[in-house]
Design a protein around this ligand. Structure first.
Ligand SMILES: Cc1cc2nc3c(=O)[nH]c(=O)nc-3n(C[C@H](O)[C@H](O)[C@H](O)COP(=O)(O)OP(=O)(O)OC[C@H]3O[C@@H](n4cnc5c(N)ncnc54)[C@H](O)[C@@H]3O)c2cc1C
Length: 286
């Protein structure tokens, strides 16, 4: 059962900042609630006041502007992202990652911003946002700041967000032209589950050279982009040698743990298998 909680649903950011100032760390922001309500029920997190952001219109933007990119507001649900043909075509790695999160009912409520603010190492949208080099727009009573997503996560369930700060939206820049993106996720069951390991890849041409970006979920305390593996792939050699070098470097940079979903050893093996599979697809398609 949930503990007894106060509740408010402000209609503007200013009203939201007032509530956050009043209750400080005793207030919790409620978006879809699919992570938060479970944590409160299980007494993993404590709160006195739930502040529901769903009525704040400014947080509801889902917009694409040519040259600037895609803006995903804090209350945009996973379902709205999946329904966007533009995101499916222009940001397929993000679309694929979102598709793997939970079931239909969950997607109707859960938000992408909630997925990153929850900061689980297994957050499926995070590797996609990492290879797309997204930025996180943060607002508070004091003003606003924009942070690259690879600086956002600081530990298991920890982010750079300070007391009184709220993520307003995520900004995903225009991907490199003719890029190809994929998210491969290994689960215990082929319906819905957290990732045992997830790998996002983005491949594109710089002149004639094939470049790749690689990021992972469930292999370290935070979602992780592995630039050293990307660099290993760009060095000389046959395509097969380049892929194997990237696979080896990626497997040396991860620090998986054992849990109910799989052992550290199994995860390490999956990093190799999925990275190899992804890079082979990049080489064929890009
Ligand atoms: C059955 C089930 C299956 C799931 N499957 C998956 C899965 O396959 N993959 C996966 O990655 N996740 C999964 N999840 C986790 C969860 O559904 C996602 O992380 C979801 O995207 C969270 O979004 P939300 O809007 O519900 O967040 P909420 O629960 O509302 O919030 C999550 C956290 O972020 C904070 N927060 C929310 N919005 C903001 C904001 N704008 N600014 C600052 N802080 C904010 C909240 O205070 C809370 O601490 C699953 C959960 C359940 C219950």
């Amino acid at each position: 059962m949930l503990p007894k909680l106060e509740y408010s649903s402000p209609k503007t950011l200013e009203e939201l900042f007032e509530v956050l100032e009043k209750y400080q760390e005793k207030a919790k922001i409620l978006a879809g609630g699919t992570d938060l309500l479970v944590s409160l029920r299980d007494r993993v997190e404590k709160a006195r006041h739930l502040v529901d952001i769903k009525k704040i219109k400014e947080l509801d933007r889902l917009e694409y502007r040519k040259g600037e990119g895609l803006i995903i507001g804090a209350t945009v649900t996973l379902r709205r992202i999946l329904e966007s043909q533009l995101i499916r075509e222009k940001y397929p790695v993000l679309w694929e990652a979102v598709k793997t999160i939970g079931d239909v009912i969950l997607k109707n409520r859960a938000t992408l911003v909630g997925n990153i603010c929850n900061a689980s190492p297994a957050a499926d949208s995070a590797p996609a946002l990492l290879v797309l080099e997204a930025n996180v727009r943060i607002v508070s009573k004091e003003g606003s700041r924009e942070v690259p997503i690879d600086k956002f996560f600081t530990g298991v369930k920890k982010t750079i967000l300070r007391s009184g700060e709220v993520v307003k939206e995520v900004v995903v820049p225009e991907p490199p032209s003719n890029s190809f993106g994929r998210y491969l996720k290994m689960m215990r069951v082929w319906s819905e589950d957290l990732a045992i390991v997830g790998v996002a890849g983005l491949g594109y041409r710089e002149g004639r050279e094939l470049r790749v970006r690689l990021a992972y979920s469930s292999v370290a305390p935070t979602p992780l982009r592995i630039r050293e593996a990307e660099e290993a792939f760009t060095r000389d050699g046959t395509m097969e040698e380049r892929i194997e070098r990237a696979v080896q470097v990626a497997s040396q940079r991860v620090s998986p743990i054992s849990d109910v979903r799989g052992s550290a050893e199994y995860r390490l093996n999956l990093v190799k298998v999925l990275t190899r599979r992804l890079l082979k697809q990049m080489v064929e398609v890009v």
